[in-house]
Design a protein around this ligand. Structure first.
Ligand code: C2O
Ligand code: CU
Length: 481
């Protein structure tokens, strides 16, 4: 596992010198065609192997009719979509052609946290290469996962530049007949801030500690794309919030969502919801029945107030909550009332996790720290690279009580190990879904239950408002074998 692989690029083709394999001239995974709303290339695994070149670099991309200089993987906004199956091997020949160091986090995947896998402590300097290599466990859940940079201090900036892509694990949940028959579309939500010269700006709200938000909201790199329902009466949307700070509260005019999965993990049956709140990092997998009159229906982003620093004045100054008016992010259209298709009645059955061996408390807030000044804190401490903040034992179950004593909302994310929500403010949570990111609203206490399984080593937990993470709201987690 700890073996290091070194890839040497030769004229774009590349030969890998490594433990026991030699890289083929032609890599096995080739981009395949996509749908009208999603023009990003897709790489799928072949014979148990997902293998591709991935290059991070700044590139001029057309965005909202302007030429914008963005940070891309393989020149694409969003990044190519990767698809693999449980049991598959993954090899990514990564080159960092950004002007600054970076690395890759495989958000939500249950894979090794060390070596050249989901190791956020790797630092790949500008101009350097690294081969990521890991295997997706045979019992890995199907779901919607994603990848993005994770070098502490640069995470918000690099995501805001555009570096994010989906990582789909296709498995037995996708074999459910109703889901196979549905029209599947992927929506990657990103926001950008571009000045008149097409340069990225950090947006003025940054200094106000809410985290940067851009005035341009793109779905799959496009402003207000149209999603044509063509295949029948059932549309499956797999939605990712890849924005560093912006929350989305989504609704589709005249339609409900039937949610079938949260952050990549299936629910036990579809749940009808009128609105979907997605914090940074979260995903939702929903079905929409095209059983209304033919026409166009707006996918709306509704206002949401995620708090503010009251001591700094009125809310206008406080970074940008969503606007007061709903805005249209995309349009779903169908030309004729399609025959309604049945929803699946059963999905994956999920059981409650056993009682925990250990209970811990984590207080989320901001404040002054003697070492760094104003910072975002967990249990009163800002992130320190050299400290192990939390030590747990492999193959144990823990309850973490997340207590937000601050004035803004924090979505809390743990690497590598999905969890269940047990209660919110003492009220038991009935939904047994597994998640990797949970919203802890200001004033709220959320209790989660985490099984630490399969992979020992050091990793992190943090707020997924990535400016908060970069400004200290992160801890090192050591999972002891
Ligand atoms: Cu999506 Cu630690 O992050
Ligand atoms: Cu936060």
């Amino acid at each position: 596992n700890r073996r290091q692989f070194i890839a040497l690029g030769i004229g774009g083709a590349g030969v890998a010198i490594a433990g026991n394999w030699l890289r083929q001239e032609t890599i096995s995974s080739q981009p395949v065609p996509q749908s009208s709303v999603d023009l990003t290339p897709i790489y799928q695994s072949n014979d148990g192997l997902l293998e591709l070149d991935l290059e991070a670099r700044e590139r001029i991309v057309e965005l909202a009719g302007r030429q914008a200089s963005l940070l891309t993987y393989n020149g694409q906004i969003p990044a190519p979509r990767l698809e693999a199956k449980p049991g598959d091997k993954v090899r990514i020949y990564f080159t960092n052609n950004l002007q600054q160091p970076t690395n890759i986090h495989y958000h939500g995947l249950h894979i090794p946290l060390t070596g050249n896998a989901d190791n956020v402590f790797l630092e790949i300097e500008s101009g350097k290469k690294l081969t990521y290599e890991f295997q997706i466990p045979n019992n890995h859940p199907s779901g919607t996962f994603w990848y993005h940079p994770h070098l502490h201090g640069l995470v918000a900036e690099q995501l805001f530049g555009g570096l994010a892509g989906l990582f789909i694990v296709r498995g037995k949940d996708d074999e459910i007949p109703e889901l196979k028959a549905a029209q599947e579309e992927f929506l990657v939500l990103q926001d950008f801030s571009i000045n008149a010269d097409g340069k990225r700006t950090n947006s003025a709200h940054m200094s106000l500690m809410m985290g940067r938000e851009g005035e341009l909201i793109a779905i799959n790199g496009r402003i207000n794309p149209s999603i044509a329902l063509s295949k029948g009466g059932l549309l499956r949307l797999r939605i990712l919030n890849a924005s560093p700070s912006r929350f989305y509260r989504l609704a589709l005019e005249d339609h409900s969502f039937y949610q079938i999965a949260t952050d990549g993990n299936s629910l036990s049956e579809p749940i009808e919801v009128a609105q979907l709140l997605l914090t940074p990092g979260q995903r939702a997998d929903v079905l929409i029945r095209g059983d209304k009159e033919s026409g166009q229906y707006s996918l709306l982003n509704l206002p949401y107030d995620r708090g503010s620093m009251g001591m700094m004045g009125g809310r206008g100054m406080m970074g940008r909550n969503n606007r007061d008016e709903p805005i249209t992010l995309a349009t779903v259209n169908y030309e004729y009332a399609v025959e309604s298709m049945a929803l699946p009645s059963k999905l994956n059955s999920i059981s409650a996790l056993p009682e925990p061996q250990t209970v811990r408390r984590f207080e989320l807030n901001h404040g002054m720290s003697p070492a760094v000044g104003m910072a975002f804190l967990i249990n009163g401490e800002p992130y320190n690279h050299d400290v192990i903040h939390t030590q747990v034992k492999l193959n144990t179950i823990e309850d973490w009580e997340l207590i937000n004593t601050g004035v803004m909302d924090h979505p809390f994310h743990i690497h590598g190990n999905a969890f269940q929500i047990i209660s919110r403010n003492g009220q038991p949570e009935s939904l047994l879904a597994l998640r990797d990111t949970v919203l802890v609203k200001r004033g709220e206490t959320v209790r989660i239950r985490i099984p630490f399984r399969d992979f020992a080593g050091k990793t992190v937990y943090h707020c997924h408002v990535l400016d908060h993470e970069d400004l200290g709201m992160m801890g090192n987690l050591m999972i002891e074998a």
